[in-house]
Structures are given as structure tokens and as C-alpha cells.
Design a binder for this molecule. Structure first.
Ligand code: PLP
Length: 375
């Protein structure tokens, strides 16, 4: 099977598996236990916290471990909102559901919500952010890069606007980690979240960065009640195998390796075009988009049927989290695509171990499957 669904999840790296195995066998003690075994694990967790803090160019005390990006997004958004009842929240129409639905749940609870539209490439216009900020705005949440079409958002420009207005900015960086620069001070964000399993790390672990400048002024409200872990913000025994695995994954990230992926993606599109599989590209392939991913529509083909027909290549229709629901993608809708084009869309995302031979074979299989579906 040729795996071209790295935006859904990535295979854990060997180094990640080794770190997790070590944590499950030798370093199994509770990091909150004050005996030598616990202290040893505690120091490993703190080493990873430090590594992630350095990677994001922030302080160690600003890093919180969670069960994934979904929880980290919920914690960032609800954590701020709970301390500012009735405050206005601003987000975009192309956010991941863990942001969009969290914001919608706040709206139900009395927080006015603005969901900004995007342009036909899926980009938020910074001037729209400026125009929709209100005196009662308590949070702006805009992702770094989109999980369905790969659009990179102008976070730095948006951050300039939110900084001037003294409104906290949250950025879901889940899809950008390892592909784009993610130093929080450079981006200008106050809150940043990401997930382990999109970066060749384990599932079930994520990170919230929350700037001390922000939390000193107004602490985030915890979601879970229980122990005092994570400086009181996130109760529950730490998932140490996943955290140590995450440390190994972050240690291997290098966004400068992106050009290799860009070349493979170009090859894939060339092979598909050369093979005669007519398609329309729903995402851009220039510097404004993730280097490893592309979203395509094959007119007249039902994507669900195509996925079933395509037995030797793993791709996805829409985002993995939504593909069980038959709802058309809210992201493709937001960029103005017809239902017809949305229904015929698939997402392909290349990974670290993808080879040229994989690309050539995947393109041939896809071309044949498209032809069968069209018949
Ligand atoms: N945010 C984005 C942009 C994503 O792509 C995903 C993954 O599907 C998530 C959040 C959720 O991450 P997790 O699976 O760690 O909860």
C-alpha cells in the first residue's frame, strides 16, 4: 500500500517507537511521584518540555501537554472564554472542527461569534480581521495551514493587527509543524497548539503553548478537574510514553526539508496529467500552500467510490475526521466550490518516506481507478 494520507496521520518514526518503548518498560513510574523512579521520569518529561519550548522559541513554563490538538484547541479557546463571559470571538470558516465547533459552542453559551469568510484560495484577509475586531473581542483563532487544501494563513500580518488591539491570538499550527517556521515570537501568537501524530509522533498527545504574558494577566480556566498537573491547567497523570515519543518526533523536525516534498508533489501532478486523468486542482502548489499536500477534483467521479476502488493507494476524501459524515467539506464550500466538485475531491499528502517510484505507481493506480469510475 502506498500511503499518501500524511495530513490525516503519519507513521511513527523508529526513534519515536524506541522512546515510547523505553517509557513503557523502564521509565514507567509516575512523574509526579517523589521517589527516584518518578523523579527520573519527571526529568525526562521536563527535557521534552524544554526541547519543545526551544523549538517554538518560548519558555518552558509556557508549554502544556494535552491529549492532542483537539484538547489543546478546546483548552486554549474555552480556557480564555471562561474568564471573559460574553466576550466576542473571531475565527475563520476554514478552521478545523476542533476550533470551529468549539467556537460555535461558545456562541451557544452567549459569546458573540464572527466566522470570517476566506478568499477563493482559502486565505483569511488580514484587513477582514481588523474590520471585525470589536472592543469586546477576547480572542482571535486562525490556523497556520489548512488540513484539507493546505493554504498557509498570513499569521504574522494578523498578529500585527491583534497585537495593536491587545487581543490574544491563538494559532492551530497542527498542519504546519515541521513544514513551516513555527517560532511563536516570530509568528506573533499568544497561544499555539499542535498534535503529536501529524509529525511522525504518537497519537493521543498534543501541546498548548500559552504565553506567560497572557496567562499572568488572565489565567486560562482548566477544562478537567482533578490533580494539579501541568501547573494546575490540565489535570490527569501525564501520558509519558506519548510525551517522550513526541520529544523524539520534535527532535527530528526540519522544515528546510520541504523542497524534496515540493518536487515529489510536482511529479505526482505531472504523472496524473500525463496519464490523462482529467482533474481540477482545489489547492495551490506555490509558496502559499503546504509543500506536501494537494486537493484534486476528478469531474464526474464520486470520491467515496474512487477511494474504495483504489485498493493500493491510501488517500482521503475531505479531512479524515469528517469523512465518515456525508456532509460536504466546509472548507471546500468556503472557497466556493460546487457540491459536484466537492463530491469528486480527494486529498493526497506525501510523507518523509515517499519515493519517486511510489509517486509514479500511485499516479498510475489513481489514473486507472478514475477511468474505471468514469465508465
Ligand atoms: N487541527 C488540525 C488543523 C488538524 O488537522 C487536526 C487533525 O485532524 C486537529 C486539529 C486535531 O488533532 P488531534 O487528532 O491531535 O486531536
Amino acid at each position: 500500500l502506498i500511503y499518501l494520507d500524511h495530513q490525516a496521520t503519519t507513521p511513527p518514526d523508529e526513534a519515536v517507537l524506541a522512546a515510547m518503548n523505553e517509557a513503557n518498560t523502564r521509565l514507567f513510574a509516575n512523574p509526579a511521584s517523589p521517589h527516584a523512579a518518578g523523579l527520573r521520569v519527571f526529568s525526562e518529561v521536563e527535557r521534552v518540555r524544554d526541547l519543545i519550548a526551544r523549538f517554538l522559541d518560548v519558555r518552558k513554563t509556557e508549554i502544556y501537554f494535552t491529549s492532542g490538538a483537539t484538547e489543546a484547541n478546546n483548552l486554549a479557546i474555552k480556557g480564555i472564554a471562561a474568564e471573559h463571559p460574553g466576550g466576542h470571538v473571531l475565527t475563520s470558516a476554514v478552521e478545523h472542527k476542533s476550533v470551529l465547533d468549539t467556537c460555535r459552542s461558545l456562541e451557544q453559551a452567549g459569546h458573540p461569534l464572527t466566522v470570517l469568510p476566506v478568499d477563493e484560495q482559502g486565505r483569511v484577509r488580514p484587513e477582514d480581521v481588523a474590520a471585525h475586531l470589536r472592543p469586546d473581542t477576547i480572542l482571535v483563532s486562525i490556523m497556520l495551514a489548512n488540513n484539507e487544501i493546505g493554504t498557509i494563513q498570513p499569521i504574522r500580518e494578523i498578529a500585527q493587527i491583534t497585537r495593536e488591539a491587545s487581543v490574544p491570538l491563538h494559532c492551530d499550527a497542527t498542519q504546519g509543524m515541521g513544514y513551516l517556521p513555527t517560532r511563536a515570537p516570530d509568528l506573533g501568537v499568544d497561544l499555539l497548539t499542535f498534535s503529536g501524530h501529524k509529525i511522525y509522533g504518537p497519537k493521543g498527545v498534543g501541546v498548548l503553548f500559552a504565553a506567560n504574558d497572557l496567562t499572568d494577566r488572565s489565567p486560562l480556566r482548566r477544562l478537567l478537574h482533578g490533580g494539579a498537573q501541568e501547573r494546575g491547567l490540565r489535570a490527569g497523570t501525564l501520558n509519558t510514553p506519548a510525551i517522550l515519543g513526541l520529544g523524539a518526533a520534535v527532535g527530528l523536525l526540519d522544515h528546510r526539508a520541504a523542497s524534496q516534498l515540493t518536487n515529489l508533489r510536482a511529479r505526482l501532478l505531472n504523472e496524473l496529467a500525463g496519464g490523462g486523468a482529467r482533474f481540477e486542482c482545489n489547492s495551490g502548489t506555490d509558496a502559499g500552500f503546504l509543500p506536501h499536500a494537494v486537493n484534486l477534483s476528478f469531474t464526474g467521479v464520486d470520491a467515496q467510490q474512487l477511494l474504495l476502488d483504489l485498493t493500493d493507494v491510501a488517500v482521503s476524501s475531505g479531512s479524515a475526521c469528517n469523512s465518515s459524515s456525508q456532509e460536504p467539506s466546509h472548507v471546500l464550500r468556503a472557497i466556493g466550490l460546487s457540491d459536484e466538485r466537492i463530491k469528486s475531491s480527494i486529498r493526497l499528502s506525501i510523507g518523509r518516506s515517499t519515493t519517486e517510484a511510489d509517486i509514479v505507481q500511485a499516479a498510475a493506480s489513481l489514473t486507472a481507478a478514475v477511468a474505471r469510475c468514469r465508465r
